[in-house]
Design a protein around this ligand. Structure first.
Ligand code: KG4
Ligand code: ZN
Length: 354
């Protein structure tokens, strides 16, 4: 089966072609227009998608060597995301499917991130724990089998990537903040400043990152920080200390979830998964509990249509082809209800763990 997948939920305009769950081609066009505004501007994003969608899809089909007449179904992200951006991909997908008489399948963007580790290389083993850390989300998910997953917890305020972006902005380092902080932190002292680690001691999978950002703000005020005067050592130390605080929480909660649910695989996705310290720290902690970590390569960590295609493949295998031409853009599309503490307490290890 040849599947065309489309992703336009934020500022990446992307398409992919998969044949029987195997990726044939993917094109990701990142919109650079937002960098001068310090964040994604929704109006500009939807306009850029309008310009990009046709050439991106044409290029994807060309690279796959599969003709558009041989596409059997279309998968498209219908939420969560920016309404105007979602509308562009969704309208194209519906029109393409309707004109060819083929099914169109709606995919939750977060489910794409969840299955992105299955695109290439060694595959995780079910059940696994997925940590999704991007500019918009921070969540821990227990994936029991394909398309059977439960949300263990998510952030109460800022997402991890958002915290990186906001702290970088406070320091005058530009947008996006993650890659810059990652680089500067390499030479900094992670113990120079003590930033809060929210919910760390609590037996829950909740996250909160707005406190760290506020602490950095107060520190900069106290130090009378001026981003025009480059005190490189200070900036590196703040970056390293901030990054260590975020990673401590992410790693600790992920390992706790892996232990609680007796899993042997941990996957990480979303833009923050590109962070070098997160990768090395989580990998080392996972090894200590005999679990393996799976980080998709950076191209598949950030938003892309290949992950929408692989999620659609799993969804199709589980539920059959469910076409829906009435699909609507759903900016606040829920992932799954969070698992409450009572459910968590009754969780039993699988028989083979004994
Ligand atoms: O998944 P993504 O491309 O877009 C969405 O937010 O959906 O993630 C972007 C986020 C930004 O907040 C960016 O600062 C962060 O990922 N990021 C990083 C790194 N690379 C990107 N954060 C920490 N370390 C990195 N190396
Ligand atoms: Zn995303």
């Amino acid at each position: 089966m040849n599947l065309l997948a489309i992703e336009t939920s934020c500022d990446e305009c992307s398409a992919a072609v998969l044949r029987d769950g195997m990726l044939k081609s993917v094109v990701i066009s990142s919109q650079l227009v937002h960098s001068e505004y310090g964040g994604v501007v929704p109006e500009l994003a939807s306009r850029a998608h309008m310009e990009l969608i046709v050439p991106v899809i044409e290029e994807t089909l060309k690279r796959s060597s599969i003709s558009k007449d041989d596409i059997d179904s279309v998968a498209v992200t219908y939420g969560p995301g920016l309404a105007g951006s979602l509308i562009v991909g969704l309208s194209f997908a519906k029109a393409f499917a309707a004109s060819r008489g083929i099914p169109v399948v709606g995919i939750n963007h977060m489910e794409g991130h969840l299955y992105s580790s299955f695109l290439e290389g060694e595959k995780p083993q079910f059940p696994f724990i997925a940590l999704i850390v991007s500019g918009g989300h921070t969540m821990l998910v227990h994936v029991k089998e394909p398309y059977s997953h439960e949300l263990l917890g998510q952030t109460r305020d800022d997402a991890a990537g958002e915290a990186f972006d906001k702290v970088a902005k406070l320091l005058g380092l530009g947008y996006p903040g993650g890659p810059v902080i990652d680089e500067l932190a390499k030479e900094g002292n992670p113990n120079a400043f003590k930033f809060p680690r929210s919910f760390m001691s609590e037996d829950s999978f909740k996250f909160s990152f707005s406190g760290i950002k506020t602490s950095v703000l107060y520190l900069l005020r106290e130090l009378k920080y001026n981003s025009e005067i480059k005190d490189e050592k200070l900036v590196r130390d703040i970056c390293a200390s901030f990054q260590r605080a975020v990673i401590d929480v992410l790693v600790e909660k992920t390992i706790r979830a892996a232990e609680k649910y007796f899993v042997k695989s941990i996957t990480v996705a979303g833009g923050v998964a590109a962070n070098r310290e997160l990768r090395t720290t989580l990998q080392a902690r996972a090894e200590s509990i005999n679990a393996k970590t799976f980080f998709p390569r950076p191209l598949y960590c950030t938003d892309n249509a290949a992950m929408i295609g692989i999620a659609a493949h799993f969804k199709y295998q589980k539920f059959g082809m469910i076409s829906d031409l009435t699909l609507k853009p759903t900016p606040n599309l829920e992932f799954e209800p969070e698992v409450d503490d009572a459910t968590r307490r009754t969780h039993q290890p699988p028989a083979e763990s004994f």
